[in-house]
Design a protein around this ligand. Sequence first.
Ligand SMILES: Cc1cc2nc3c(=O)[nH]c(=O)nc-3n(C[C@H](O)[C@H](O)[C@H](O)COP(=O)(O)OP(=O)(O)OC[C@H]3O[C@@H](n4cnc5c(N)ncnc54)[C@H](O)[C@@H]3O)c2cc1C
Length: 384
Amino acid sequence: MKTRVVVLGAGFGGLELTTMLSDALGDAIDIVLIDKGDAFVFGFSKLDVMFGREIPAAVRHPYRDIVKPGVRVLRSTIRSIDPAARHVVTDDGTFEGDVLIVALGADLDPGATPGLVDGGHEFYSVAGAFALRDVLPRFERGPVIIGVTGKSFKCPPAPSEAALLLHDYLTARGRRAACDISVVMPFGVPIPPSPDTSRAILAAFAERGIRFVKDALVRALDPARRVAVLSDGTEMPYALFLGVPVHRVPAVVVESGLAAHAHDWVPVNKKTLETSFPGVYAVGDVNGVGTAKAGVFAEGAARVVAAAIIAQLRGGPTPEAYKGAGACYVEFGHNQVGRVDVDFLSGPKPTGTFQEPSEALVAEKASFGSSRIQRWFGQPPPSE
Ligand SMILES: Cc1cc2nc3c(=O)[nH]c(=O)nc-3n(C[C@H](O)[C@H](O)[C@H](O)COP(=O)(O)OP(=O)(O)OC[C@H]3O[C@@H](n4cnc5c(N)ncnc54)[C@H](O)[C@@H]3O)c2cc1C
C-alpha cells in the first residue's frame, strides 16, 4: 500500500512540503492537501495590494491550478484532528495518514483588542489588507498608528515596512505633511536578531519623521475619543489605526491536544519538527520551534520534514537537522528592498546579517516569489 500523507494547510509550509514529496516520489505516494481557502496569497502581497501596487486578482494563486503526481487538493474546513490516530475530520470527509503534517499557520483575532474591529483596521488578513486599498485613498490628515497588539506575531519586519511604504504613499498623494506616522512594537528595536537591520530601519524612520514607540503593545482603541491605549496606560491619538491583530493557535489545533492553549504554539522536536505524537509534524507559524513566524521559516521546516519522509521511504541517509535559518526581504520604500538573513537555532542566540537596501534586491524578491509560484503551482514565472 502507498504511504498516505495528510497535509493540513496549503500555506508556505504545506505547499513546499507537498511539492517536495511529489517531485521526489510522484505516484508512489498518496498525498492529500487540505485547505479551507481557494487560493494562496503571499504575506508580502498584502502590503502590495493595500498600497495599490497590485490588484487583488494578480496576487491570488488558485489551488485548483495545482496538478501534481500523487497529490489530491481538497478545499474543505478541518473540524477535528486526532493526532494519536492521525485521523482528521473535515466538512467533506475523514482522512487517515501514515504521516500527518499540521501546517495550519496562526489564526488572527482582531476581536481580542477592544475597539479594533469598530474603530480601526488590520492589515494582516487578506480581507483586511485588501479592504485598506479602498480606505487609504480617502485618508487626508492626522496621526496614523501602525500598532502591534500581541507579543507573538508573524513577519516582524512587516509593521516597519508598512510605515515606510505609507510614507511614500502619502508623499505621492501630497498628504504626508498633514499626517504623522508612529509604529508601536513590543521590541526594543525593529528586528532584534539583527542590530544592523534595526539601525537601518531606525535611520530610515528618522529621515522620514516616523516615530518608533518601543517595548509597547496596543491594548485597546477608544473609537469615541480616537485614542489608542498602550500596555503602559499611555494614550496616543489616532485618525487612522492600522493594526497587527492578536495571533492565536488555531482552535482545531488546541482542541486536538497538540497545543496546550491558544497562546502556546505546538511544541516540536527542534531538529525534526516532530510533535510528541509519532508521525505527526507541525511546520510553520503553528509551531513553537523558536524562530520568528515567517514564510521562509515555514518553508525551511517543510523541507526538513519532506527530506525525512523521502529518506524513510527510499532508505537514504538521515537528513540534516532543522537550523531555523532564512532570508527575509524588507521593503524600505523609495523602491528599495533590503535583506536580512537570520539564523535562530544554530548558535546560542539568534544572529542576523543585513544587506543594504537596493534595487537589485527588489528584483531578487520578485524572483523569490515567482520561483515559488512556479514550483508550487507548476506555472511559468510571469514574463518581464
Ligand atoms: C503583511 C505581511 C507580510 C509578510 N511578509 C513576509 C515576507 O516578506 N516573507 C516571509 O517569509 N513571510 C512573510 N509574512 C509571513 C508569512 O505570510 C507567514 O509566516 C507564512 O504564510 C506562514 O506559513 P504557514 O504555512 O505556517 O501558514 P499559512 O501560510 O498561514 O497557511 C496556513 C493555511 O492553513 C489554512 N487553514 C487554517 N485553518 C484551517 C482549517 N481549520 N481548515 C482548513 N484550512 C485551514 C489557511 O487557510 C492557510 O492557507 C508576512 C505576513 C504578513 C501578514
